[in-house]
Design a protein around this ligand. Sequence first.
Ligand code: FO1
Length: 308
Amino acid sequence: MKVVALAGGTGAAKFLRGLCRVTDPADVTVIGNTGDDLEMWGLAVSPDLDTVMYTLAGLVDESKGWGLAGDTFACRDAMGQWGQATFFGLGDKDIATHLVRTERIRAGASLTQVTDELRRALGVKSAILPMSDEAVRTHVRTPDGWLAFQEFFVRDRCAPAIVDISYDGADRARPAPGVLEAIAEAKVVILCPSNPISSVGPILAVPGIRQALAGTAARVVAVSPIVGQAPVSGPAGKMMAAKGFEVSALGVLAVYEGLLDQLVVDSQDAPLVARLETKGVQVLVTASIMTDAEKEKALARAVLEGSS
Ligand code: FO1
């Protein structure tokens, strides 16, 4: 059964690990967010693509949810001694990934091509497609001006007030090769439990992708990353509020207005089911907080089957 998953960040990677344990990984196509991408020390870095790739390859640093297990940071420390920015922790082995990506792109490869080469080299059976080969960058407007996503998220630890959020370059971006076809051919399209604004939002902002989701025969199902009135982790609540959305599963449904056949909410949000269903979406109530491998698999199985 062909499954497509729109993903970004650490919550999505855990969900995808569960998904690839309950269905054939070769039937899964991940459409990854590139709004968090950045150039650091002259290197092209794609955090969400790498986090998915490393997690599905079994190489991710479990304690952080990103980067490579057992990595060291000698290069980062040396860059610090040269007075270079070191807020974004690129590990020594992780840097090899960025060196290869940067070199391949300089040689003329697209981000789609190099991402496919990397995941195949790591033995990842699922396709990992960037949402676009053109640059789309999430920026966060604070009272002191605009920040690049990782400046807000990592350097400033999500502390600044958010005035607005933008996806620079989205209007000029095209879906990467294979993205629209994967959505059209899928049996199920899953919006992973990622930040609806900064992880799934950029993907939906690429012209053509919302239309493809509205037009596919697939069941389009989202897993709410908001449980109760707060995100399981990260700045999703702060970002949703800044964009005028209620910080709840109802707010998630509003962000994905018109796209969903089904919304998966945590058992804690069972009281919201009636109100959610009045919006014309099917609601699946299940345990959605993934604290171990069994829970990752159980959530993925429930989402695939469309019932708990
Ligand atoms: N997140 C942090 O909180 N601190 C870091 O120093 C950091 C470094 C980093 C390096 C490579 C990478 O692929 C991800 C990294 N992340 C770091 C996570 C990243 O900022 C987030 O996972 C996503 O951008 C949010 O979806």
